[in-house]
Each structure stands twice: as structure tokens, then as C-alpha cells.
Design a protein around this ligand. Sequence first.
Ligand code: BTN
Length: 254
Amino acid sequence: MTFYDIAQLKKYLAESGIALDFHEEAGSTNSIAKELIKDGFSEKTLVLAEMQTAGRGRKGRSFYSPSGTGIYMSVVLPPMNAEVVSLLTVLAAAAVERAIFAETGVHTGIKWVNDLYLNGKKICGILCESIIGKDGLLGSIVGIGINCATENFPEEIKNIAGSIGLSLSREKLIAAIIQNLQKFTKNPAEGMAIYREHCFMRGKKIRFLYDRKEFFGIVEDVDDKGGLVVSCEDGILRTLMSGEAEIIGKDYLK
Ligand code: BTN
């Protein structure tokens, strides 16, 4: 177990013009980021924790965040145009995929919409949130959790969670993610292209809920808005903009 080299990290982050708010221990970095935005803080900031005691995932799930073996970060972003905000999860996934590849040479796969997989196991989850005030959008948060070297996962996730498992510099990986995120929020089409290339859902049979009904279908593509285009068994093409798609049958996770 190694701890963050904060001086080194600050040096890397200076290149991106982003401030660091580091915590040895946090409940949830997304919750801290939310408070910063509500308090009127508008600078680009990285909230980072060595460990989280209440890491949050989508759909009210928790995110296991032990000390020293993962990255638990939330990027505070000022108000941006609506198109970019709606694509933040997709752009963040592309940013993480490119950063992991650049730092380790490892190819991860993206499971729509917000998870990265390696060897059939989830190694990263993304939780984006936007804070709305009475006059509109106050800011957005890109929350990213990466299992770098975590080994002993709790019983309930031990079959689905995995780690990158290589020695890597967490400081460099974080800096690369931020740089990619800045690049892709300026040029969403570039991030979308990376997302499409690395999303391994195309051609897979899935089960999903749509208008609270269960559907089965084959994934055709991810559209420009980040929607999952599915050719359903009833012959209708449906586009999922949120929710979850479960890969079924003999199809496997990359
Ligand atoms: C998911 O798997 O559904 C998303 C997990 C997101 C976890 C990250 S860890 C840093 C940030 N703080 C949180 O509480 N959640 C995100």
C-alpha cells in the first residue's frame, strides 16, 4: 500500500489549472463536491480521498473505497452547455479508458453507461451529478472510482469487482484523466468516438426495463447523445437514455 504524493500530484494538476481538495478520509467525495458547489464555489476543483466510508454509486448503491489501493475522485465543474452536461458520464468513461491505456497499456472495455471492465470484472464506476439552483445549473460533478490494486472485496461484490492490478502511479493516472476530461468536454465528438470504440455492448443480447416493462434485444449502437440503441425482439428499435442494461445469455463481459 502506498499513499499519495500530494506535492507531485499538485505539480501535475497545475498543468490543468485545477485546484486540489485532498482528504485522508471522506464520507463521499461527490457529497463534498456537492457542498462546495452549493456554497457558491465555482473554480475547477478535484476533490480526492485516500479512502471513503460512504462512497456512492448509481441507483443508491455503495462504492467500496478502501485506503491506498484505489482512486476516489470528484471533479467539480462550473456550469457548461446542456449538451456537454448530458454527455458527462460518457465523456468521463472515455477519459478514464484513455488514461488507463496511456498509463498501463491495458485495454479496458466500457459497459454502457458508466462502468469500465477488465477481464470480466468491473474496475471503475462513474457517478455524475448536476446541482441546480433557483437560477439554473450551479455546477456539475464527475465522480470516478477506480480499483487500482484492491484485492479483498466484500462478499457481495467479490464475483463482479476487480482491479487493474498493475503497479501504476495514481498521481499520473488522475492527471491524465483530468486532461482527457478537459479535452473531451471541449470536443465531445472526440470523446464520443472513443466511447463507441471501447463500448463492448454492440451485438450483445441484453435485458432492460423501459417504461417499467421488461424488454430483450440486441444492442445496435450508442448514438450521439449517449443513448443505447437496441433492436428489440418485438421488432421495434428503442433508445435507452438511462437505466441499466443487463447482458444475458452466453455473452460475456470484456
Ligand atoms: C457506480 O459504480 O455506480 C458509480 C461509482 C462511483 C464511485 C465514485 S468514488 C468517488 C466518487 N464519490 C462517490 O461517492 N462516488 C464516486
